[in-house]
Ligand binder design. Sequence first.
Ligand code: ATP
Ligand code: MG
Length: 219
Amino acid sequence: MAISVTDQKTEYVVMGGTFDPVHNGHIHAANALAKAMDYSCIHMMPCGDAYHKQGSSSAQHRLAMLNLALQGEARLQSDPTETKRAGATYTVETLRQLRQELGPDAHICWLLGTDAAKGLSHWKDWQQVFELANIIVVNRGNEVLPEETSESWPARRVIDKEHFKQQASGCFMQLALEPVVVSSTQIRQALHKQETVGHHVPQPVMNYIELHGLYEGKN
Ligand code: ATP
Ligand code: MG
């Protein structure tokens, strides 16, 4: 695995997702996060068996599209950690694995859009996520995370980025990024209706979708 070390502190920043398919909203958010936080690498990690989204494309297709989308993206790297595991993949298990590999002091950070952050309390062993990692919430479109959501988290809110980057786990930050309003669902639906989606999806990904006939018969 590629590990970044900044000021002697190991850091590992993950944007997890289904990426079915990856789109410019993902890429923009990850790049904007890297810039705002001075992170040298964002690991974009597709989930393995997408148990919560029946009928998803295979992990192999989703990872292949991500690899194509990230060519030339200096700070973004695809991360196959979850696609290598058999069966359902849970974030908490991935974080246990990362913590085991990186040691107790590493700054581990998991990125969530506001929509994903609102659902965090339904994840497996969700409170343990904060024992293992920090969370950064970025806005999805113009959506803001409701105060009551983060109030229920067993985590400390941090404003200062340098302070945040010194934390191994247990903290969260909110970042307001320039919104890019697009979702994979919209893209799948548009393709199903044979509408064009070119401006939302990198061209090599679009070529891959066409080559493999993805999303033709489903939404
Ligand atoms: P779907 O419609 O299939 O759920 P999606 O567009 O939400 O797809 P995911 O793979 O579910 O994409 O999202 C992965 C992560 O990226 C989540 O944390 C999500 O909130 C975030 N994300 C997705 N799209 C954007 C966007 N346009 N701006 C900011 N964050 C985004
Ligand atoms: Mg989603």
